[in-house]
Write a protein that binds this ligand. Structure first.
Ligand code: HEM
Length: 523
């Protein structure tokens, strides 16, 4: 194993533990670590909203800006001051969330193959975010602004782009004028616009994007930012004076960390570091990585053009094209670059039902490495071998808790590449074929490697999404357990509890398992 893989795996393990610890107080749907992209977008909207307010009330001139922002913070502290603080703290939180999001995607190995595009489009965003953040500090035109502007231009001077230290010259006393300020504001507003454009590109090949976190998470986040704004309002330093060198400054380490870093090293070191990290991020997807799995295959004769697979695909890899043999009909078409090989499409296909009498079960869209026909065969073999008073079939997600360890004479375990590949009709087929109960395991809420597998499974089984589990299937005979790789014990306990319930022969119209009493998809 390479050094990179071992560092990545260790980071993955640590991150997963932390995320799971956060699940306890927050729950999967409200766990910020499981929704970092959405948190980033939410914070960005706060930054944009508060920024627009500041833009309209500030006197954007070299002589007026300092006093006008001071007026907001002091005289209008209860409104303008709070919005200013929100602008600052949401920016810091945005950077924190972006860095965590990057580390998480890397640690989970989500930077190559079908995720190549999301990763590559993410890298330039980091530069845009920092350029905008640093520029934002200059607008205040206090001593922090002066220090940051001088330090940045010194850093820029090191690059061989200016024939003379031009960048530095314009920071001489009297060299700062209103035109410079207008340019600054233009940059500080223009770059976020580019950022929004970049973010659109970043997510546009993902379907059903997690655009916003849950309501509770949004309320909690804004409440925390407001509290911070009240307890520690964002204030300006002393006004800038280019004739003096700023002494003690309160630096924002999230955004301006680069200046102390330059102080303790050198511009050469900082640029080398920045370019090396950026190059590394760009190169990562091209490093050797596990061979791609076979992608979904459409069977023209069995595809009805219903477009359920197109709707359910988490990576927008399926489009609907004109059917080659049936005029006026559509057929699913898979984009090999985008297909995640998760099988969620096969689980959504109405033809994927084991009740069809075909000897070789053919469906509209299938996975070569785990066909629906193979799944039916495995289920039939498992049912034939089950013995005991309460026979249970477990369909276990390979990426969640290890269900294989639970195999026993009365418990058959069928592993799936993602729970989302399982059409609900298989549950009914198993129950009709002799199983007393069916247990379905998937990753924890918000933890599906393919984004939507746990959600679609829950919605299909609870009748909220096509293909639905038929309403006559006794829900008391079905147990959904969303458990991660570290949740082996939870899974074993859930199986024990399920078995006890089945053995007590609770009437099928008795109380439903807790999962089914919920209306949301979140476990
Ligand atoms: C600038 C701040 C960023 C924001 C606001 C942001 C936001 C998002 C959002 C909303 C998603 C979709 C999540 C979902 O629906 O499951 C996403 C996905 C993704 N982002 Fe970012 N992102 C940012 C920066 C980055 C950076 C810097 C990288 C890495 C270089 C990155 C890598 C990815 C990857 C690989 C995915 C795909 C995840 C998957 O396929 O499961 N993002 N991002």
């Amino acid at each position: 194993m390479s050094l990179h893989s071992s560092v990545r795996n260790n980071t993955h393990t640590v991150l997963q533990r932390i995320e799971e610890a956060f699940d306890a107080p927050f729950g999967g749907a409200n766990n910020p670590l499981r929704h970092l992209g959405a948190m980033g977008l939410y914070l960005l909207w706060i930054v944009v909203g508060t920024g627009l307010y500041l833009y309209t009330v500030l006197d954007i001139s070299i002589t007026g800006v300092y006093d006008s922002i001071g007026y907001q913070s002091q005289d209008l502290w209860y409104f303008g001051g709070i919005l200013r603080s929100l602008h600052r703290y949401a920016s810091d939180a945005f950077i924190l969330v972006m860095v965590l999001h990057l580390i998480r995607e890397w640690a989970y190995g989500r930077y190559y193959g079908f995720r190549f595009y999301s990763w590559i489009t993410g890298v330039p965003l980091i530069w845009l975010v920092y350029a905008s953040g640093i520029g934002g500090y200059w607008i205040v035109w206090d001593q922090v602004a002066q220090f940051s502007a001088t330090a940045t231009t010194e850093l820029l001077d090191w690059l061989p782009i200016f024939s003379e230290p031009a960048a530095r010259n314009f920071l001489a006393p009297d060299s700062i004028n209103d035109r410079f300020f207008t340019m600054l504001v233009f940059i500080h507003i223009g770059i976020p616009l580019l950022l929004i454009l970049g973010l659109w590109a970043h997510v546009h090949r993902i379907s059903l994007v997690d655009y916003l976190p849950s309501q509770q998470l949004m309320l909690g986040t804004i409440a925390a930012l407001l509290l911070l704004a009240l307890v520690r309002p964002a204030l300006s330093d002393a006004p800038a004076n280019l004739a003096l060198t700023p002494a003690e400054l309160r630096l924002d380490w999230f955004i301006l960390f680069i200046h102390p870093l330059t102080d303790i090293s050198s511009p050469a070191f900082v640029w080398t570091l920045l370019f090396a990290v950026t190059a590394l991020l760009f190169i990562l997807p091209f490093l050797p990585h596990p061979k791609a799995e076979p992608i979904a295959v459409v069977d023209a004769a069995n595809c009805s053009g219903c477009s359920r697979c197109h709707v359910d695909c988490p990576y927008a890899a399926i489009t609907m094209a004109p059917h080659p043999h049936r005029p006026g009909f559509k057929i699913a078409a898979v984009d090999p670059d985008l297909c995640a090989s998760c099988g969620i499409c096969a689980g959504s296909c109405p033809s994927s039902t084991p009740f069809r009498r075909q000897e070789q079960l053919l469906t509209g869209i299938d996975m070569p490495q785990q066909t629906v026909n193979g799944l039916r065969q495995r289920l039939e073999d498992a049912l034939a071998g089950l013995e005991g008073p309460s026979r249970i079939v477990i369909f276990g997600c390979d990426r969640g808790a290890d269900a294989k360890a639970l195999a026993a004479p009365d418990t058959a375990v069928i592993s799936l590449m993602c729970t989302g590949i399982l059409p609900p009709s298989f549950v009914e087929y198993a129950l009709r074929g002799g199983a007393d109960g069916v247990m379905l395991t998937g990753c924890r809420s918000g933890g599906c490697d393919f984004r939507l597998g746990d959600r679609w499974t829950a919605e299909r089984m609870t009748g909220q999404r096509e293909p639905r589990l038929r309403s006559k299937v006794p829900l008391a005979r079905l147990q959904l357990v969303f458990a991660s790789r570290n949740d082996g014990k939870i899974l074993a306990a859930a199986l024990q509890e399920f078995r006890t319930r089945i053995e007590s022969r609770a009437p099928s119209d008795g109380p439903l398992p807790p999962y089914f009493r919920r209306t949301s998809h979140h476990a």
